[in-house]
Design a protein around this ligand. Sequence first.
Ligand SMILES: *Cc1c(COP(=O)(O)O)cnc(C)c1O
Length: 366
Amino acid sequence: MVDSNRLDLCFFKYKEDYNAKIQQVLNSGRYILGEEVRMFEKEFANYIGVKYCIGVGCGYDSLYIAMKLLGLKKGDEVIVQANAYIADIMAITNNGLTPIFVDIDMNFCIDINKIKDKITNRTKALLLVYLYGNMPNMDSVNEICNEYGLFLIEDCAQAHGATFKGKKAGAFGRVACFSFYPTKNLGAFGDAGAILTDDENINKKARMFRNYGSDKKYINEMVGVNSRMDEIQAGLLRVKLAHLDELNLERSIIAQRYYSGIKNESLLLPFISSDVSCVWHQFVIRCEKRIDLMRYLDKHKIGYDIHYPVPVYLSKAYSYLDVKEGVFPINDNISNEILSLPLYIGMNTDVQNEVIDILNAYNGEI
Ligand SMILES: *Cc1c(COP(=O)(O)O)cnc(C)c1O
């Protein structure tokens, strides 16, 4: 039996440090927005290579708040890839903005060639989602954003540490949004997220917005929300951040083993551009008859997951957008073929070889 994920193994790796940090925070008497949050913000901004990091309650909040602070107006359009995660679209629509979907390419990235056709005079922003730890051609993205004056918003929830031509995901946009949900490459032990930016004004406002619009106790300068990062999560994230590069390296070694081990014509392995250093949040293969493959893996007790089985625009929540199946044919098709293989910190070679052997023995029969 192979699990699709094992978060406990990642905890065990630095167990002593985590336990010591929890004790330190509990003893400090300060549990929300204190020294650990301040230090994490500083260290993470430094790691990504931007000026400011604002810790918030979760990844969704980072998207919602970042979009709120760009000063967009109701009905403004945000271009977003067809395979975006539900949080991306809810952050757009809960801000009164309109998502404009663009189909994806064979690398699971937004199809750069299809962006310009979707730009109108209401288009104000482009939201990129670095799914699975991969990134699109950022030179082309920058060109389009500059030409049309679009804000670039980066959803880096799956791409902590990924780079394009050596520059980190999160350092390209006006704002970048991170989630530290436990399964992410930089995962906390509860909910947490962050906004990154070089924009001093956004930094100032985000700090207030996350705390009821207040920078000084009981002085409320704007209407905000409660989306504060807590000291325990920040402290634990600092422990993990110090090891993030080695954790990402471990993921890439596992990915390379899949590349060299899987030899089966019915399975398509992911393609990553040589300009990108992918951080392998997921290793996503494609199989035309995925239903059969899933039943085969179930039978052999190999865990897997699907990110994501239903495109957001086909979900009940967004039936009002009235996007029919077939409007984004590449994504419709790919969403029926993708399957994420087990890839987690602490996955040993024997366990991975079991997955590889079972995949290689797959001949289309259940
Ligand atoms: C996890 C994730 C989010 C949302 O983060 P939460 O912390 O769960 O709110 C947003 N976008 C992507 C691509 C994600 O993977």
